[in-house]
Design a protein around this ligand. Structure first.
Ligand code: ZN
Ligand code: ZN
Length: 435
């Protein structure tokens, strides 16, 4: 057990007698007495579980065992109380990241602490942790039941010593179903895939290059097509939606994008580079690579497209983000109100994107009609990420080609090996798609 958690447990329980502790922890989670107890009390769950499994040689802790069983009962109870409007839970996507050095040992402990607490709060999502030897810290994307939102934020804020101040970015819409299927808390070497890794403590502070959505919008309005604006995401993310006049890197991965960006900068030596990504983490990492290569004249969108979408939404009276609507609702200056981002903000979850404006920038891969709904091919061996309209989806059984349809129905066997790039690079027409 990590020494820091031990210390927390020791300090948090020192003020309680055994009876007091059992009383407090057995209360429903919403009661004032429960919410008043330190978050670290929940480490008891971890503590007691481990102590039973691994530490029999230590002093037998009956209190820990009692607390563990009460926690388990409470966990079961809490599964049934996460109901929102009309008895159905509503979820909200929420994300944050922190690029910060954390020792490997602590990263392992944090994985367990986060997994335990978020499971209790019925949170699903994808959380990456990385130790300080690489691009380290945390990158967190979750779907949180609205009824537990405050507790989730409070929990992460209680990890201030690890992650520093956290800036949460909420999605634009509330969801009747969570946009992730389960909770996964994983440890990676780097939070962002790169060729040459950087020690977390050598990442530059990107804050001097940040523009909040208001300043970003204003500066891009002024510069219009003169801006040297680069979309730092992959090709399929750009295709679904992007800022007007933004250059596309046309790459499959971020690591390829860094090389491509440096080539673009060479072609525009006297201009300020403006760059953006989904939530900001890719730009913050890019900042370190640019500074390392002596490039300092760049600005980036703080909080990424998600933050910009929230800003646009705040300008709209009724929450409809369509450009026409935005222009109509704020009569003073249509330029101010008009979203410079068009289409959908791609997201790496079941939604595959969040709509910012009503513009549809892509076509169905099979019939060519305007459509911006992405699916993975139902032949899981193919797994191509492609745009497919509802009628083609029905006709093709959610597959990308006749071959995949035949594989799905068992008429053919799949012969291709795994290739990530093929999975995200559809050929231009369905007729040329022969696996
Ligand atoms: Zn179609
Ligand atoms: Zn396919």
């Amino acid at each position: 057990m990590n020494a820091r958690v031990w210390k927390k447990v020791a300090t948090s329980t020192a003020f309680y007698s055994r009876q007091q502790l059992l009383h407090v922890i057995s209360q429903p989670r919403s009661t004032p007495v429960q919410s008043a107890i330190p978050t670290c009390l929940h480490s008891w769950h971890l503590f007691s579980h481990r102590s039973v499994q691994q530490q029999h040689h230590r002093q037998k802790s009956s209190i820990a065992t009692d607390l563990y069983s009460v926690q388990q009962q409470q966990l079961q109870h809490s599964k049934g109380v996460t109901t929102g409007i009309n008895g159905k839970p509503l979820y909200k996507p929420i994300a944050f990241y922190s690029l910060i050095p954390i020792p490997r040992e602590r990263v392992i402990a944090l994985r367990d602490i986060i997994e335990t607490r978020l499971s209790e709060l019925d949170v699903v999502g994808r959380i990456y942790l990385a130790p300080e030897e690489g691009i380290g810290g945390i990158n967190c994307q979750m779907a949180v039941p609205l009824t537990h939102m405050a507790q989730v934020k409070k929990f992460f804020n209680s990890l201030h010593d690890d992650f520093g101040p956290i800036s949460f970015t909420e999605g634009l819409e509330e969801l009747p179903e969570p946009c992730f299927r389960k909770l996964r808390v994983m440890i990676k070497k780097n939070l962002v895939g790169v060729k040459e890794s950087i020690h977390a403590s050598d990442l530059v502070d990107p804050s001097t290059h940040h523009l909040d959505p208001v300043d970003w919008h204003q500066q891009l309005c002024e510069q219009a097509d003169k801006a040297f604006l680069v979309d730092m995401r992959n090709h399929y993310e750009y295709d679904m939606g992007h800022f007007e006049h933004a250059a596309k890197l046309d790459v499959d991965t971020f690591r390829e994008g860094l090389d491509e960006l440096q080539n673009m900068i060479k072609g525009q030596p006297d201009k300020t580079l403006y760059m953006y990504c989904t939530g900001g983490i890719r730009c913050d990492v890019t900042a370190s690579y640019l500074r390392k290569n002596g490039i300092k004249d760049f600005k980036m969108l703080k909080g990424g497209i998600t933050a910009y979408g929230n800003y646009m939404k705040s300008l709209s009276n009724d929450g409809n983000l369509g450009n026409d609507k935005l222009a109509a609702t704020t009569k003073t200056t249509t330029t101010e109100a008009r979203s410079l981002f068009r289409g959908k903000n791609f997201s790496f979850d079941d939604r595959r994107g969040e709509r910012i404006t009503s513009d549809v920038l892509t076509q169905c891969y099979q019939c060519g009609n305007p459509c911006d709904t992405l699916h993975n091919c139902a032949n899981t061996r193919c797994h191509l990420l492609f745009v497919q309209c509802e009628s083609c989806k029905q006709a093709m059984n959610s597959t990308c080609s006749d071959t995949c349809n035949d594989v799905l129905s068992g008429k053919k066997t799949w012969k291709m090996g795994y290739n990530y790039h093929r999975q995200i690079r559809p050929k231009t027409t369905s007729s040329s798609c022969s696996h």
